[in-house]
Design a protein around this ligand. Structure first.
Ligand SMILES: [Zn+2]
Length: 194
């Protein structure tokens, strides 16, 4: 495993989606699954890319324009005295770094959360095991899942025990919860259904 570290994805060696095949550019293993990457050439089936070639910009993650605009607004809000150009450079630098960070396997629109004045740090998926570890029992873990879902998807049915059970069973399968950390330690979670 490469020894590179990623500010936005410190635990990538454990949490990133690796492909069993070697890198399309240098055949090195492990390589990242290309499904969430963008290439200069068009591929029907995006090939795997190793960490070094991701860093060398052979492929990159597409960071949506509106996400970059959101970051620019956040920076403006905290640095009212910064010139337009300084904000633009700041956003471009941080976005380039995020674009060359192993992608999180999801986020249809790659809606990476923003904290304060930077992209948040991705900590990994909240699985049933992780929630149980964190809360001490599966009962408490399920209650925390209910809280997350009530907060993020208030219209979804989670109150009845059988509904909560069904969501619990789906967690890590077609229900994915991704955990991010802000610099000051706050957790931000993003929920996706496949
Ligand atoms: Zn490579």
């Amino acid at each position: 495993m490469p020894t590179t570290t990623f500010k936005y994805f410190p635990d990538f060696a454990k949490e990133a989606a690796f492909d069993a095949k070697g890198c399309a550019f240098c055949s090195r293993v492990p390589a990242l699954d290309g499904a969430w990457l963008q290439f200069d050439d068009d591929y029907d089936d995006p090939p795997p890319v190793c960490i070094d070639d991701l860093l060398a910009d052979k492929a990159r993650v597409d960071i949506p324009r509106r996400l970059q605009q959101r970051l620019a607004l956040a920076v403006h809000a905290r640095h009212a005295d910064w010139e337009e150009q300084r904000v633009a450079t700041y956003v471009a630098t941080h976005t380039a770094e995020l674009a060359h960070t192993p992608p999180v396997p999801w986020i249809q629109e790659n809606e990476w959360p923003i904290c304060a004045e930077d992209y948040a740090i991705y900590m990994g998926q909240l699985t049933r095991n992780k929630l149980t570890e964190r809360h001490g029992s599966s009962r408490a873990a399920k209650a925390s899942l209910r809280t997350i879902m009530r907060t993020l998807r208030p219209m979804w049915e989670v109150d009845k025990a059988k509904h909560l059970e069904a969501w619990w069973d789906a967690l890590g399968d077609f229900l994915c919860i991704y955990s991010f950390r802000c610099d000051e330690g706050t957790e931000v979670v993003v929920l996706q259904t496949m």
